[in-house]
Design a protein around this ligand. Structure first.
Ligand SMILES: NC(=O)c1ccc[n+]([C@@H]2O[C@H](COP(=O)([O-])OP(=O)(O)OC[C@H]3O[C@@H](n4cnc5c(N)ncnc54)[C@H](OP(=O)(O)O)[C@@H]3O)[C@@H](O)[C@H]2O)c1
Length: 237
């Protein structure tokens, strides 16, 4: 039987690239999406829609999981990235981030309880800003930090059953709307000095899914940006 992976937020961008990668590797992919799924139809692909900020949608997604029998891997990738200034209601703003980044991975992971296959692995996609304050995106950063801490608790709880690791991406891939000035600024804060591309995260996922000695780890894939930030803060002109 083909290996099975659930990827949340797989309708576009990184999640879509991950889904296409694992399809190309011969996996069966259950691709969760929210508003739109850009994945082309494939015999080994099943797409499931759910707004992860809605508890009834999360429950419906969980209810569908047993129909896929078993899972070898899960990547919790879905994310919302909304600046605090766009929020008119602080409670709603925090609830949205918390539900998408923490509550829904927790509920989905609990539902996967009887469905894990032998030597399964789970990856949670966090952000280097889980460990760096950012007053413009405090709800995003705080909820990514919570996702990270919850992931490490799951590494404990699921020991011997599922390896659980975290990837902290830095800025991954520029969007068409990013102008030259923005690109140069971002690259100047990177130690590798080049756009990472979604492929950098795909490589990290491949490593963590195969690395049977690795669980409870947090892997930065940021081109050295976290360290570069610290350097700038410590040694200003
Ligand atoms: N891109 C970067 O430079 C960067 C940097 C650091 C960390 N990361 C992390 O890496 C991961 C992938 O990045 P990305 O840029 O590809 O992410 P993204 O496009 O911002 O979000 C990933 C997916 O999450 C889905 N999503 C948003 N709100 C949702 C909701 N309420 N319910 C269910 N799904 C929802 C989106 O679907 P819809 O569009 O349909 O809502 C989207 O397809 C994310 O976890 C992100 O936080 C990315």
């Amino acid at each position: 039987m083909a290996k099975r992976i659930l990827i949340t937020g797989a309708g576009r961008r990184l999640g879509k690239v991950l889904a296409e990668h694992y399809l190309a590797q011969g996996w069966f992919v259950v691709a969760h999406y929210n508003s739109a799924c850009e994945l082309a139809e494939h015999n080994n692909l099943s797409c499931v829609q759910a707004d992860l900020s809605r508890r009834d949608d999360v429950q419906r997604l969980c209810d569908e999981l047993p129909s896929f029998s078993q899972f070898d891997a899960v990547i919790h990738n879905a994310s919302c990235f909304i600046p605090d200034t766009s929020a008119s209601d602080t409670l709603q703003h925090f609830e949205l981030h918390y539900r998408v980044h923490v509550e829904s991975p927790a509920v989905i992971t609990a539902a996967l309880g009887p469905l894990w296959s032998d030597q399964a692995a789970m990856i949670c996609i966090s952000d280097i800003y889980a460990d760096i304050p950012n007053q413009r995106f405090s709800a995003y950063c705080a909820s990514k930090a919570a996702l990270q801490n919850w992931s490490l608790s799951m590494a404990q709880r699921l020991k011997g059953l599922v390896r659980v690791n975290v990837i902290q991406p830095g800025p991954i891939q520029f969007l068409p709307e990013h102008d030259d000035a923005y690109r140069q600024k971002v690259l100047s804060q990177s130690l590798v000095g080049k756009e990472l591309g979604y492929g950098a995260i795909v490589k990290a996922c491949d490593y963590l899914l195969a690395a049977d000695a690795v669980t409870g780890s947090v892997m930065r894939v940021d081109g050295g940006r976290f360290v570069a930030n610290r350097y700038d803060q410590t040694f200003t002109d």
